[in-house]
Design a protein around this ligand. Structure first.
Ligand code: KIV
Length: 285
C-alpha cells in the first residue's frame, strides 16, 4: 500500500526512502483531536517544542520541559494511526552529553511510543546523533535557524545570507546526515542554500522557511490554522482563520447566556414520561 493517505503506518525507513520523490508533508501537532484531523493527510506529525510558544504563551522554546514533551507526544500518539510521529527533545535535555541525550530520548520513545526524536544542532551534535542512532534511537536533525539558540543568534533570524553562514548551514546538514540522522529539518535559510544542501545530503531535507527546494515541508499547525497571532513569520501560509472563528463563537455564546437564549429546552435534562423518577445522567436526552 502507498504511504500516502491510507491507514498503513509510515515508518522512519519509509520517510528515508522518500528522498527525492513526492515532497513529504509534515505538520506539528500537540493534542489528540488535532492529530486525528491531520493524521491521514501527513507523512509525519512533529510534536515540536514550539508548543511552548503556541500553546503555553512562552516567549521562546527554552522553558519547555521533557515532561511537557512526553505528555503532548503521548497525546498525539493516541490520535495518529498513519503518520510517523517525531517528538522534539527540548533545550537542556540532550546538549550536555550523548549519555544525557540517550536518557532523554529513551524516555520519550518508551513513554510516548513515538517513532523518532528531533534535536537541534549540526557539527557540534554529530557525536550525539551517532551515539543515539547506534543505540536504536532514530534521529531527525535540525539546522539553519535553531530556535533553542535564539539567545546566541539575538532573535529568530534567517541565516545563510553571507558565504560563511551558508557554508555553516551546509556543513551542519552534512554532519547530521553523516552521523546517521534519517532526515534533517532546514529552517530559515535562502533558496540556493537549501537547494545545494538537498542535492548534497543523502537524507530528506524538510524545509520551514527554506523554499520549495527541499524534499518536504513542515509548518507549525497554529500558524496554518490562524490560532497563533503573536507574530506570523514571512514563510507561513495561513490556510484558515480559526482564531477569528474562536472569537466569534465565544462572543455568540456570551450574548446567548446574557440574553437567556442559552440553554434552551433541547439542552435541559427532562423527566422520562411514564417512568419512575431516575437520577439524570449525561446520556439522558
Ligand atoms: O518546534 C517546532 O515546531 C519545530 C518546527 C518549527 C520545525 O521545530
Amino acid at each position: 500500500m502507498s504511504v500516502h493517505g491510507e491507514a498503513k503506518p509510515v515508518t522512519v525507513p519509509d520517510l528515508r526512502r522518500m528522498k527525492g520523490g513526492t515532497p513529504q508533508v509534515w505538520l506539528t501537532a500537540y493534542t489528540t483531536p488535532v492529530a486525528q484531523r491531520l493524521d491521514q493527510h501527513c507523512d509525519a506529525l512533529l510534536v515540536g517544542d514550539s508548543l511552548g510558544m503556541v500553546l503555553y504563551g512562552l516567549p521562546s522554546t527554552l522553558a519547555v520541559s521533557l515532561d511537557m514533551m512526553i505528555a503532548h507526544g503521548a497525546a498525539v500518539m493516541r490520535g495518529a494511526r498513519h503518520a510517523c510521529v517525531v517528538v522534539d527533545l527540548p533545550f537542556g535535555t540532550y546538549q550536555r552529553s550523548p549519555k544525557q541525550a540517550f536518557a532523554s530520548a529513551a524516555r520519550v520513545l518508551a513513554e510516548t511510543g513515538c517513532a523518532a526524536v528531533k534535536l537541534e544542532g549540526g557539527v557540534e551534535m554529530a557525536e550525539t546523533i551517532r551515539f543515539l542512532t547506534a543505540r536504536g534511537v532514530p534521529v531527525c536533525g535540525h539546522v539553519g535557524l535553531m530556535p533553542q539558540s535564539v539567545n546566541v543568534a539575538g532573535g529568530f533570524r534567517a541565516t545563510g545570507r553571507t558565504e560563511d553562514e551558508a557554508a555553516k548551514v551546509a556543513a551542519d546538514a552534512r554532519a547530521v546526515a553523516e552521523a546517521g540522522a534519517f532526515a534533517v529539518v532546514v529552517e530559515g535559510t535562502l533558496e540556493p542554500v537549501a537547494a545545494s544542501i538537498t542535492r548534497s545530503v543523502p537524507i530528506p531535507t524538510i524545509g520551514i522557511g527554506a523554499s520549495a527546494e527541499c524534499d518536504g515541508q513542515v509548518l507549525v499547525i497554529d500558524d496554518v490554522l490562524g490560532t497563533f497571532n503573536d507574530f506570523t513569520p514571512r514563510f507561513v501560509k495561513r490556510y484558515a482563520e480559526l482564531g477569528e472563528e474562536i472569537g466569534r463563537a465565544a462572543a455568540a455564546y456570551a450574548a446567548d447566556v446574557r440574553a437567556r437564549a442559552f440553554p434552551q429546552a433541547a439542552h435541559v435534562f427532562r423527566q422520562a414520561r411514564n417512568a419512575a423518577p431516575k437520577p439524570a445522567t449525561f446520556n439522558t436526552p
